[in-house]
Write a protein that binds this ligand. Sequence first.
Ligand code: CA
Length: 235
Amino acid sequence: MSSRPPSVLLVEDDPAIGRTVAFALEREGFAVEHVLLVGEARRRLGAAGPPPSLLVLDIGLPDGNGLDLCRTLREAPAHQALPILVLSARSEEIDRVLGLELGADDYLAKPFSPRELVARVRALLRRASLASPRETLPRDFEHDAVGQRIALAGHWLALTRLEYGLLAQLLQSPGRILPREHLLARVWGEQADAGDRTVDTHVKTLRAKLREVQPGREFIVTHRGLGYSLQLPPG
Ligand code: CA
């Protein structure tokens, strides 16, 4: 299960550049998903299933501006840790600065060499995996922020995007009660149709998955009228 290759979501409308980038990354062992539009990228990132490890994002796209997507992703907690490499046809300083201010992790001006791009992608993934706070996690859990997956007792959990988001939030502050509104805002972000019941439903399925790995242990505590917390391990 841990052999899943790092996946890159490439958002680039220029067919020649898209093909070149996809080919360069695939040759280095990355799984590449190539879309041409901001709308497609948003749908892909909002879908269930394993999220990409990294986003390569063109600025000038037919249905919008890559930088707008970058900004909204940074506002949605589920994607805050997603490394983003921005591509731009213009090498102007303003684009670079704006891209980084809006939450991009790195910036590459066209034309660039595919080798340079692969090197930047590798560096970003390495940085992201170093940034994941493994050492502060409660015992038994392992959090791979780049792959957006969590292991319990050495087993990678098959979590939906929302279950992953919930557990990641709880793991960030073990022992602290997180109100439903907090979890809704952090995990569901812009999806305004979600309510308290939605949180409860996903906590229930999350609990079931944790129980499959470690029956007889309750990790998530319900605090009636308040919210949820992650049970601190004894000792
Ligand atoms: Ca373009």
